[in-house]
Design a protein around this ligand. Structure first.
Ligand SMILES: Cc1ncc(COP(=O)(O)O)c(C=O)c1O
Length: 412
């Protein structure tokens, strides 16, 4: 049956997650489908920033390390995100960026499996993960080799000489969702360890790290977790691996006794060993607001709405935009899809610029992918309809051909 706007209005009326939109500040009229790149700002962010800056920093100054809990905020936030990713209290900590944490975790994996030299990665993964491991291999200079594999070839590349499998759960470009349980089990069968990058899955879909017996994981908080631009990443290390090997960036926050000021490094034996040094407390305080919204939401409802919205978006594109040169890059199968829809189109860059000018915000990834992220806490069903209406209008009027939509900026 052909969909109409009324169908989307009706879905919004029944949507149990609809009230969460009030928690976020978005400009009037904007249809924001880029929460897979930078999440929306929680409304209370400004008040919280004012409190941290004016009181905790401005009045209490250095006393706030204890009084306001600054020193332990990295674990406090870790315990909160743990509930969204199937981890236990004490297995997750916030620190540094995703890339830096990939470096640390793969280093630890190679240390634990020091008799092996191979690391399996996906060549088409977001490049920083691969770049960081290439840097690590060079620095270690012990003859490690990265084996790049894609999609269905990954399982076959996990052989008995592999030390670490390091993959991203949901592919940044296509939205393809790997089978975490199957890949982790295969890695363990051959004696390898796994490191999962959850940048596009934490806050986007239920993740069960311990249920899948995952060894280590990282993830950012500026996308689906709405932690703010450039916010810190998190690190998960299963309790069974704590104390087995020290991460290589041996700063004082990971020392067994940071305020003992000993001359030599002595690693802690818990998750805190994965932190490096003084963290940006103001930014971490913003992240807590994003996480606190999730503490009130049901991840299963989020997944249900995300799949419904992405299904409907795909259906509308197929029904209303046939013949415009679009082809789906994202799997239709729910078990293989994250919370985004990616579309191949030769003129994707200019079309995306025209959409953005019409207040429908997605992004473009070279060479030809238009990405639309669906964040059920603040995207309505009517937004899905409106986005496709805008796209239809741009295609039918050929508005995307205008010069202004064909100029490249540094960030696409
Ligand atoms: C899968 C993945 N890993 C890592 C990153 C970025 O890492 P960092 O925050 O260290 O720049 C991104 C950014 O979009 C990503 O998609």
């Amino acid at each position: 049956m052909t969909l109409t706007r009324e169908d989307f209005v009706a879905l919004d009326e029944q949507d149990v997650l609809a009230p969460f939109a009030d928690d976020f500040s978005l400009p009037e009229g904007m249809i924001y489908l880029d929460g897979n790149s930078l999440g929306a700002m929680p409304k209370v962010a400004m008040a919280r920033a004012k409190q941290v800056i004016e009181n905790e920093w401005g009045v209490d100054l250095v006393k706030s390390w204890n009084k306001a809990g600054w020193f332990n905020i990295v674990e406090k936030l870790g315990d909160k995100v743990a509930t969204l990713i199937g981890a236990k209290k004490g297995e997750v900590i916030y620190c540094d960026s995703t890339g830096l944490n990939v470096y640390k975790l793969v280093a630890v994996g190679l240390d634990i499996r020091s008799d092996r030299k191979k690391i399996v990665m996906e060549g088409s993964n977001f490049p920083t993960d691969n770049y960081m491991v290439q840097g690590l291999v060079k620095q270690l200079d012990k003859g490690h080799e990265i084996v790049f594999a894609e999609g269905s070839d990954i399982l076959a590349s996990i052989t008995e000489d592999v030390a670490v499998v390091c993959l991203t759960h949901v592919h940044y470009k296509t939205g393809f969702l790997h089978n975490m349980k199957e890949i982790t089990a295969k890695a363990h069968d051959v004696g390898a360890l796994v490191v999962w990058d959850l940048c596009h899955s934490a806050g986007a879909l239920p993740v069960d790290l311990n249920g899948c017996n995952v060894d280590m994981a990282v993830g950012c908080s500026y996308k689906y977790l709405n932690g703010g631009p450039g916010s810190q990443a998190f690190v998960f290390v299963a309790e069974r691996h704590h104390g087995k090997a020290a991460q290589p960036l041996t700063g004082w926050w990971g020392h067994a006794e940071p305020f003992g000021f000993e001359r030599n490094y002595r690693p802690r034996k818990d998750i805190r060993q994965f932190s490096t040094g003084t963290e940006p407390v103001v930014a971490l305080s913003m992240m807590e607001i994003g996480l606190d919204i999730f503490m009130r939401a049901d991840m299963n409802e989020i997944r249900k709405k995300s799949l419904k919205q992405t299904d409907l978006f795909i259906q509308l594109i197929e029904e209303r935009l046939d013949g415009h040169g679009f082809s789906l890059a994202t799997p239709k199968d729910h078990d293989s899809r994250g919370s985004q829809v990616s579309i191949h189109c030769e003129n994707g860059f200019a079309i995306m610029q025209a959409l953005i000018a019409d207040n429908v915000i997605g992004d473009f990834r070279a060479p030809d992918i238009m990405r639309f992220g669906f964040t059920p806490l603040y995207v309505s069903y009517v937004n899905v309809w409106q986005a496709v209406e805008s796209l239809k209008n741009i295609m039918e009027t050929a508005a995307w051909k205008r010069d202004e939509f064909n100029q490249k900026n540094a960030v696409t």
